[in-house]
Write a protein that binds this ligand. Structure first.
Ligand code: TMP
Length: 221
C-alpha cells in the first residue's frame, strides 16, 4: 500500500523525558508495517553532527547559534528528511525548528522575526513542491516545569553548554515553546511530562490515535 510520509518532531526543555518515547513510537509504527527513520537535531547528517559538536561545546553568540542550527537543518532536510518522506516513511525527529525558537529566541532572547526569516530560507525549495515550507506534520511537546526538569537532570551526565544554564534560562525556553505552540495550535500536541512515563506514553498514543495514525489507546502497551 502506498503511504504518505509522516514527519513528527519531539520537543521540550532538557530533562523533559522525550527521548525515551521516540524508540517506543518507532516500534509502534513498525508494528503497523511502516518504515521509520529516527533522527535528531542538531545533527542527523555527518555535516550537521559536526555543527552540533560546535554548537554544544564552543562559545558563540545567539546569531551564530541560529545560523549553525539552520545550516545543519538544511543539510538534514535535503539528505535525510525529504528523501524519507518522499519514500512514504515516518520520520521521527528529536527536536526541530521549534527548539531554535525556544532556545535561541526564548532562551537567548534572539529576534523572533529574524528566526522566522531563517526558517523560511532553510526549509523552502526542498521538495517536489518548491514553494512548500517544510514543517512537521505533528509536534509532540513534552511540557515540564523547568525546576522539575533540573532535578531530573541533576547528576545525570556532564552538562553541555545548554544543560549547564540556570533555571531562569529554561523558564524562557519554556515560554518560547508556549509561544510557538500558540502560533501553531493544530501542529502542536502538548503532553503533560510531569506524569509518570507510562501515563505520558498513553497521552502520546492518544494523540496519534486521534489523528488516525495509530490504533486507539489500550491496544498496545
Ligand atoms: P539534545 O541534547 O536534546 O540533543 O539537544 C542539544 C541541545 O541543543 C539542547 O540543549 C537544545 C539545543 N538546541 C538549540 O539550542 N537550538 C536548536 O535549534 C536545537 C535543535 C537544539
Amino acid at each position: 500500500m502506498a503511504s504518505t510520509g509522516l514527519f513528527i518532531s519531539f520537543e521540550g526543555i532538557d530533562g523533559a523525558g522525550k527521548s525515551s518515547h521516540i524508540e517506543a513510537l518507532a516500534e509502534a509504527f513498525r508494528a503497523q508495517g511502516r518504515a521509520v527513520v529516527s533522527t535528531r537535531e542538531p545533527g542527523g547528517t555527518p555535516l550537521a553532527e559536526k555543527l552540533r559538536a560546535m554548537l554544544l561545546h564552543d562559545s558563540m553568540d545567539a546569531l551564530t547559534e541560529a545560523l549553525l542550527v539552520f545550516a545543519g537543518r538544511r543539510d538534514h532536510l535535503r539528505n535525510v528528511i525529504e528523501p524519507a518522506l518522499a519514500r512514504g516513511e515516518v520520520v521521527l525527529c528529536d527536536r526541530f525548528t521549534d527548539a531554535t525558537f525556544a532556545y535561541q529566541g526564548g532562551g537567548r532572547g534572539f529576534d523572533w522575526n529574524a528566526l522566522s526569516l531563517l526558517e523560511r530560507l532553510a526549509q523552502t525549495g526542498l521538495a517536489l513542491q518548491p514553494d512548500l515550507m517544510r514543517e512537521p506534520d505533528l509536534t509532540l511537546w513534552f511540557d515540564l516545569a523547568p525546576a522539575v526538569a533540573a532535578e531530573r537532570l541533576a547528576g545525570a551526565r556532564a552538562p553541555d553548554r545548554f544543560e549547564a544554564l540556570d533555571v531562569a534560562f529554561f523558564e524562557r525556553v519554556a515560554q518560547g515553546y508556549a509561544r510557538r505552540a500558540a502560533e501553531a495550535p493544530n501542529r502542536f500536541a502538548r503532553l503533560d511530562a510531569a506524569q509518570e512515563r507510562e501515563r505520558v506514553w498513553r497521552q502520546l498514543q492518544d494523540v496519534l490515535a486521534r489523528r488516525g495514525w495509530l490504533p486507539a489507546v489500550g491496544v498496545t502497551a
